[in-house]
Structures are given as structure tokens and as C-alpha cells.
Design a binder for this molecule. Structure first.
Ligand SMILES: Nc1ncnc2c1ncn2[C@@H]1O[C@H](COP(=O)(O)OP(=O)(O)OP(=O)(O)O)[C@@H](O)[C@H]1O
Length: 236
């Protein structure tokens, strides 16, 4: 569903991504771990078509993103670290508005169900989002992403700043997306969360994907140790 083929991105003289090869199949949750500047956001931006690759390709459902951005984006939903919403509109109004940008309309009944399914408390649905916590905004973002019914979900540090229980609820939603057969690619700094939710985990550093692990075949301790080892050794 998501495929990077020798994806390379250079900014001036700096190479942010070095010939990245990566694929995320339907039903997979692939977590990209890596320190600041590893290239996680650049990878996600190339899949979204926000960045033009210097060479190589990002494909969504076989569609080359940079040459056919509109077609590719139809298959994508995106949840950034901070979901930007209209503060004076309610969660419900934001969802209905953002969904209308896809060219389709949501009935209020469906929109409320999506918000409740995303974990927003019923009492918040009609309240202006300026009074929402970060976790509540993320839930509206999840509802917007779910409403789009896209085959692939891209997330850039979506749980940063969420409390443990909101993070845990978030993981449950990602599992639901995966059970529905969607491909999930998530950039995160949270080793614990990656181990909890991922099917595969990639460790990046300095624009290189250093290793890809099967999450079920590792434990937190081993994952953390191998992450630290990859941060300390140069393998290219
Ligand atoms: N628009 C840009 N112009 C110049 N350099 C950029 C740009 N975007 C990213 N970079 C550089 O590319 C490299 C990779 O950045 P990227 O944001 O992809 O890393 P990241 O793994 O997402 O880091 P973080 O965890 O801090 O979000 C960094 O060295 C960064 O400075």
C-alpha cells in the first residue's frame, strides 16, 4: 500500500533521506523510530507529496505521489503531531467542515458516531474546540481521518504530549485501523508505544533506515538496547 523505492531527499548540501526502501502492506502498523533529524518527517512528507524527492519514488497504492498527488492523496489520511482545528467551531462542526473538503458530506448522525468511536466524550461534541485538551483535538483528527475511509494512515508523532491513558486509547484505535485492513505508517520517539502497537519497527538515523524488526519477535528491553546500539555505531 505504501512503498518507498530508493527514496532520496537532499536539502542544499544535506541529504535527509538516503535511498530509503520501505513498504507497508495493508493491515500493517509500521513504526519509524529515530532521533531528531533522522528523516522520519521527511519520509512522511514525501508520501504526502509535501516534499519532492530528489530521486527515487514514493508510491501509494502503486500511484507515484509526486507525479499524481491528487490521486495518491485520495488513499491517504494524515494525523500530524498537533491537529489544527477551527477554535470557535465545535468538534462536530470541525469534522463536518474538514470532511466536506473531500467533496462528500457527512450527516450529523454519522459525524457524532465517528467522534464517539474516536473516543471523544459525548459532552464535548458540541463544545468549541478552543476548550479541548490536546488529546481531545487528536480524537477529532482521528475522526476526520476515519471519515475519509482512506487505505493508508500517516502519523507524525501523534502521541507526543498525550497522557498514558490517551496514548493507550490511541494505540487501540491504530489496531482497529489495522484490523480494518489499512496500512499505518507512524513516526514516533516513543519506543514503548512502538513496541505495543507496531507489527514492524524501523530504526532510522541520519536519513538511513538501519534495520527493520518484527515487533512480535522482540521485547521492550531488546528493542531499547538495539536502538541505543544503532545510535552509537556507524553502519554506513
Ligand atoms: N525544509 C527543510 N529544509 C532544510 N533542511 C530540512 C528541511 N526539512 C528537514 N530538513 C533536514 O532534514 C533532516 C531530517 O529532518 P526530519 O524533520 O525528517 O527529521 P525527523 O526524524 O522527523 O526529526 P524529529 O524527530 O526532530 O522530528 C534534518 O537534518 C533536517 O534539518
Amino acid at each position: 500500500m505504501l512503498q518507498a523505492i530508493a527514496l532520496t531527499k537532499t536539502f542544499g548540501g544535506h541529504t535527509a533521506l538516503h535511498a530509503l526502501d520501505l513498504s507497508v502492506a495493508k493491515g500493517e502498523i509500521f513504526c519509524l523510530l529515530g532521533p531528531n533529524g533522522a528523516g522520519k518527517t521527511t519520509t512522511i512528507s514525501c508520501f504526502l507529496g509535501f516534499q519532492a524527492p530528489t530521486s527515487g519514488e514514493a508510491l501509494v497504492n502503486g500511484i507515484p505521489v509526486f507525479r499524481q498527488p491528487q490521486e495518491a492523496r485520495r488513499h491517504l489520511a494524515y494525523i500530524p503531531e498537533t491537529v489544527t482545528l477551527y477554535p470557535y467551531l465545535s468538534g462536530l462542526e470541525n469534522l463536518v467542515f474538514f470532511h466536506s473538503l473531500t467533496g462528500e458530506q457527512l450527516s450529523p448522525k454519522t459525524a457524532i458516531r465517528l467522534l464517539l468511536d474516536a473516543g471523544l466524550q459525548e459532552s464535548a461534541v458540541h463544545r468549541p474546540v478552543q476548550g479541548y485538551s490536546k488529546g481531545m483535538r487528536q480524537k477529532v483528527g482521528i475522526a476526520i481521518a476515519t471519515a475519509k475511509n482512506a487505505g493508508a494512515l500517516l502519523l507524525d508523532e501523534p502521541t507526543s504530549g498525550l497522557d498514558p491513558s490517551a496514548s493507550n486509547e490511541f494505540s487501540a484505535l491504530l489496531r482497529r485501523f489495522s484490523q480494518e485492513g489499512r496500512a499505518v505508517l507512524m513516526a514516533t520517539h516513543d519506543i514503548y508505544r512502538a513496541k505495543e502497537v507496531a507489527t514492524r519497527i524501523g530504526i532510522m538515523r541520519d536519513g538511513h533506515l538501519l534495520t527493520v524488526m518484527d515487533a512480535a519477535a522482540t521485547d521492550h528491553y531488546t528493542l531499547e538496547n538495539s536502538y541505543m546500539e544503532y545510535m552509537e555505531t556507524s553502519t554506513w
